[in-house]
Design a protein around this ligand. Structure first.
Ligand code: SF4
Ligand code: SF4
Length: 288
């Protein structure tokens, strides 16, 4: 069971929900928390894992041997990312645009292109109170998080329960993170901004054909429009977290709700059961 925890915008409490859910399930076999918010991973603040390993993530960047190059331009024509440009007597590679797909070196008729590895970030592995922890970290200054996210997802254990903390928004890294999930939990707050970004997030998960449900955080600060939208769109609201100074205090100190207020553990276990029911029900419908 792979559950991704996403939000249309930052600051909704998505990581608090993801880590609280993981910690609530920690007496079950094979629970993992994957932090795919690789530009700003912060699940470790809540889980405080012991890091036991680190793997470098790199992509192959083309390097042109201009003694062999005939400036035919085929490499630039094939590059979908405009990461290589050919001028009379010169070839320019833009490493920050390159996705390392290898098409240019494969198609170069003169075999003038070799590849050099460029580190994009790291993946760290660890353990936290019964939860296997994996997080990606994009190197500062790098603009392409997807290779690091792909590497983090290589550690998914399909036989266990996998919680994926997704970066906020609806861009490529979000799609890369939630792709392949059985369910997507969308964390929002009941404000006009929350609703606007929730609508975008719902459109993204629907495009990927992944079932979703909503967690409303800081309930009480805004209005009822998020609830009305969910009702209208038939999206289940699976958990509501009231605006509460004790919750805010735990959040600011990096403590999960399951640890700081043990009564929340039951709520998160209930949330997991509801997700499982929805996933099972959907599987049955698809089988029919
Ligand atoms: S495809 Fe090869 S030979 Fe042609 S311009 Fe590019 S590097 Fe040079
Ligand atoms: S490896 Fe792919 S993305 Fe990079 S320059 Fe070559 S064709 Fe473009």
């Amino acid at each position: 069971m792979i559950i991704s925890v996403a939000s249309g915008k930052g600051g909704t409490g998505k990581t608090l929900v993801a880590t609280s859910l993981a910690i609530s399930l920690n007496d079950r076999d094979g629970v993992q928390l994957l932090d795919c918010d690789v530009e700003e991973p912060n699940a470790h603040i809540f889980l405080k894992p012991v890091i036991t390993g680190s793997i470098s993530v790199s992509i192959p960047i083309p390097k042109v041997d201009e003694d062999k190059c005939t400036y035919c331009g085929k490499c630039a024509q094939v590059c979908a990312y405009r990461a290589i440009a050919v001028f009379p007597g010169h070839v320019l590679v833009f490493p920050n645009l390159c996705h390392g797909c290898g098409a240019c070196s494969y198609l170069c008729p003169e075999e003038a292109i070799t590849e050099e590895e460029k580190e994009m970030g790291i993946v760290e592995l660890g353990q936290s109170d019964g939860v296997a922890f994996v997080q990606g970290r994009l190197t500062v200054g790098e603009a392409m998080p997807t290779p690091v996210i792909r590497k983090v997802k290589e550690y998914v254990n399909r036989d266990g329960i996998v919680i994926i903390d997704v970066s906020p928004g609806t861009s490529c890294p979000v799609v890369q993170s939630i792709k392949g999930s059985d369910f997507c939990l969308l964390v929002t707050e009941p404000t006009p901004f929350g609703l606007n970004d929730l609508v975008l997030a719902v459109e993204t998960v629907e495009e990927l054909n992944i079932p979703c449900g909503v967690v409303i955080n800081r309930d009480g600060i805004g209005d009822a429009r998020v609830e009305e939208y969910c009702l209208k769109e038939n999206i289940p609201i699976l958990l509501t977290i009231l605006l509460d100074t004790e919750v805010a205090r735990l959040y600011s100190r990096g403590i999960t709700l399951a640890e700081g207020m043990p009564q929340w553990k039951e709520s998160f276990l209930g949330l997991f059961d509801k997700i499982r029911e929805l996933v099972d029900e959907r599987s049955r419908c698809l089988e029919r």
